[in-house]
Design a protein around this ligand. Structure first.
Ligand code: GRF
Length: 210
């Protein structure tokens, strides 16, 4: 039986697209966006994937909104929930409901630069290496167990936009990889760390721009 995946997004949806096109052993059973205009919803519909908007602006209470969202997700009986540019902080109750089957991608080498504007902050700090991280989501924002990371060199002439574009290329490589490992049952969380079964050297959990 293939792994049932629900995707949450808020916008462009390029990571969702990369996952959808990677020929993974998964079944994307629903795409849900908190923004009705998200391009990711249109793309899902083109592919015949059920896509719905859950507009957060129609709800004033964050916890209540997240409860409704969680109910909608559960209806699809997912094995995995993928956050693909879902730009809202999730309530602790939501995270508890899906803990261990909730993945996120963050555009920095965590634990550096959690939160927003990661590329601007990386440039301001003068770091020479930047990148992205796929991690399990826990109540500790942007700090859950790390599955895979990819690094890109920071160039002297980089702007936030050029750096973001190169990091995004890596996101599109590592997120499908992480989802594949999850679907294959290869990810094991042990004391807050992810162990990739069958990879004692951990060679495949870090990659660099080529
Ligand atoms: C990506 O940079 C991702 O790391 C961050 O939000 C962005 C989403 O882009 N969480 P997209 O919607 O997948 O194109």
């Amino acid at each position: 039986m293939s792994c049932r995946v629900v995707v949450l997004l808020s916008g462009r949806g390029s990571n969702f697209q990369a996952i959808a096109e990677a020929q993974l052993p998964i079944d994307i059973v629903a795409v849900i966006s908190n923004r009705p205009q998200a391009a990711g919803l249109a793309y899902a519909r083109e592919r015949g994937i059920p896509a719905v908007a859950f507009d957060h602006t129609e709800h004033t209470n964050r916890a209540a909104f997240d409860d409704l969202l969680a109910d909608e997700i559960e209806r699809h009986q997912p094995d995995l929930v993928v956050l693909a540019g879902y730009m809202r902080i999730l309530s602790p109750a939501f995270i508890a409901r899906f803990e261990g089957r909730l993945l996120n991608i963050h555009p920095s080498l965590l634990p550096m630069f959690p939160g927003l504007k990661t590329h601007e902050r990386a440039l301001a700090e003068g770091v020479k290496v930047h990148g992205c991280t796929v991690h399990f989501v826990t109540a500790d924002l942007d700090h859950g167990p790390i599955v895979i990371q990819a690094a890109v060199p920071v160039r002297a002439d980089d702007t936030p936009a050029t750096l973001a574009a190169r990091v995004l290329q890596q996101e599109h490589r590592v997120y499908p990889q992480a989802v594949r490992w999850f679907a294959e049952g290869r990810l094991e969380i042990n004391q807050g760390r992810v162990n990739l079964k069958g990879d004692s050297t951990s060679q495949s959990v870090f990659s660099t721009e080529r």
